[in-house]
Design a protein around this ligand. Structure first.
Ligand SMILES: Cc1ncc(COP(=O)(O)O)c(C=O)c1O
Length: 385
């Protein structure tokens, strides 16, 4: 295979990278925090250079072209009509999850989330003085991580006002289908809930033939009950620039969200806007190439991991995250074991399932192969002679 821009091994040490700093003093390969080790698209880098060269970095406001690009994007990709007023720009998606918890219900009300899930889904309710109702996800026959709709409906109490939902799912990699979303939307409407749908990975669909569906695009009734969160950050590897957005089509819900945010959550910074605009305007071709690269990484990883005794990895439809079942390896302390093996993974217990570890495969193939090799050797050494 010809080397591509994604094969480049870029040294991220001493660049204040959260992912790389954790293991700065060791040879452990960091495969935890969900950013990639790829350079951002050239048009994004060029736009940032141009903006920096201007030299004046005063207070900023949302570029109207960025609003227009997002509106056109939602229409073109999802046949979803939104307006500029529906958009609330945010410096991060986690802050959007926390704002959603404080916007809906009151102190002491409950927030539901299917789990395992990205940890802030479970910390945001607590930080917002809400109680948390976790509903276990289930494995479908096709080994996809699915919402157990019956369990979800049974778990809804009178205090429950908000559902936090992750689609595509982190850590499971499932992309929810239109009919699955339809069934979820019916429950939301029937029980008078609001849904906050984190769709940060919507541009990272690896499985050919599948397309993302924003739950709010299904119809007016669910749109009126939805806070959708999206961002260019994961797709174009610009998370450090902090630029995300919420789509809230219900004006009353949006006003409440804005009021909670006011004076506390800062505006997006101008480099974040600059990068987001360039990414959405000129980054599609780059992302197509990235998806091809990630797909081959995924295919390699699924095969390689499933060939290692004690490990199991189900199909990954979206994201660059692999949710590996390590339970059959019977390890005392999986995070420590893998670090000792030279690979830094995210502990499953942080996502509410300690039978798993999460591996980030958004990296050059050579690094991924090195990580798999270390994991394989360590586990083969563990086997009884
Ligand atoms: C599902 C999900 N939501 C939100 C985030 C983080 O968003 P932000 O960095 O914009 O706060 C992540 C990052 O891993 C994520 O996986």
């Amino acid at each position: 295979m010809n080397a591509t821009r994604f094969d480049q091994l870029i040294d991220r040490r001493a660049t204040s990278s959260e992912k790389w700093e954790k293991y700065a003093d060791s040879e452990i390969l960091p495969m935890w925090v969900a950013d990639t080790d790829f350079m951002a698209p050239q048009p994004v880098i060029d736009a940032l250079h141009q903006r920096i060269d201007h030299g004046v970095f005063g207070y900023t406001c949302t570029p109207p072209e960025l609003n227009r690009l997002v509106i056109e994007r939602m229409q073109a990709l999802y046949d979803w009509h939104i307006e500029a007023n529906d958009l609330v720009w945010l410096p991060g998606l986690v802050c959007g999850l926390n704002l959603a918890c404080r916007t809906v219900g009151e102190s002491g009300s409950a927030v539901i989330t299917p789990a395992p899930v990205y940890p802030p889904f479970m910390s945001a309710p607590r930080l917002s003085d809400r109680s948390l109702i976790k509903v276990p996800l289930k494995r479908g026959e096709d080994r996809r991580t699915l919402i157990d709709l019956d369990a979800l409906e049974a778990a809804i109490t009178p205090e429950a006002k908000l559902l936090l939902f992750c689609n595509p799912h982190n850590p499971g990699g499932t992309l929810y289908r239109r009919e699955e979303l339809q069934a979820l939307a019916e429950i939301i409407i029937r029980h008078d809930l609001i849904i906050c749908s984190d769709e940060i990975h919507c541009d990272l669909i690896l499985e050919p033939g599948l397309t993302h569906t924003p739950i709010a695009s299904l119809g007016d009734a669910i749109a009126a009950r939805t806070i959708t969160l999206m961002a260019p950050s994961k797709t174009y590897n610009i998370a450090g620039l902090g630029c995300s957005f919420a789509v809230i089509q219900n004006p009353e819900l949006r006003q409440r969200f804005q009021r909670v945010r006011k004076g506390i959550v800062p505006d997006v910074n101008l480099l974040g806007y600059t990068a987001a605009l360039a990414a959405y305007r000129d980054g599609d071709e780059w992302n197509r190439a990235q998806l091809n690269y990630l797909r081959t990484n995924r295919d390699y990883l699924v095969e390689a991991i499933n060939a290692i005794p004690g490990l199991k990895l189900d199909p990954i439809e979206a994201t660059y995250l692999a949710w590996i079942d390590v339970s059959a390896a019977c390890l005392d302390n999986p995070p420590h074991f893998f670090e000792q093996a030279g690979v830094g993974l995210s502990p499953g217990r942080d996502f509410s399932d300690d039978r798993f570890m999460r591996l980030n495969f958004g990296c050059p193939r050579a690094r991924l192969e090195q990580a798999v090799d270390r994991i394989r050797r360590a586990l083969l050494n563990e086997l009884p002679a």
